[in-house]
Design a protein around this ligand. Structure first.
Ligand code: 5GP
Ligand code: ZN
Length: 110
């Protein structure tokens, strides 16, 4: 997608503080972190959400996401978040997994 900000990060057209990159997924630090460590993991294929993922890409992508979580997760715990659609407050329409860690989290989320 030409005007998608996360596609631009995937294509290295705009800078990001990258933590991990492969053909399947890119992890980078959130511009507006909500925890001491706040990393976003995005598939390199554009899809607004998990339901729109092409079937042939989803298994490899989810395996890669699990791998990245293992790399960045803090020993004291982390929270994995996917905001999907308006009610969840999704603001970038490219599927992304938030990995938050480094502080105590509340439940339920607001
Ligand atoms: P959402 O609200 O869609 O679940 O999350 C979007 C996230 O993307 C937000 O946490 C926001 O701070 C982050 N974000 C938006 N634009 C950029 C950007 O250009 N670079 C980075 N690194 N993060 C961004
Ligand atoms: Zn995109």
């Amino acid at each position: 997608m030409d005007d998608c900000i996360f596609c631009k990060i995937v294509r290295r057209e705009i800078p990001a503080d990258e933590a991990y990159r492969s053909e399947t997924a890119v992890a980078f630090h959130d511009l507006n972190p909500q925890a001491p460590v706040h990393v976003l993991v995005v598939p390199t294929v554009h899809a607004p959400g998990i339901v729109e993922l092409p079937n042939d890409a989803s298994v490899a992508m989810l395996a890669e996401v699990a791998h990245v979580i293992g790399l960045v997760a803090e020993p004291a715990g982390h929270r994995l978040v996917v905001n999907s659609g308006d009610h969840a407050g999704q603001s970038v329409d490219h599927l992304h997994f938030h990995i938050l860690s480094g502080r105590q989290m509340g439940w339920p989320p607001g």
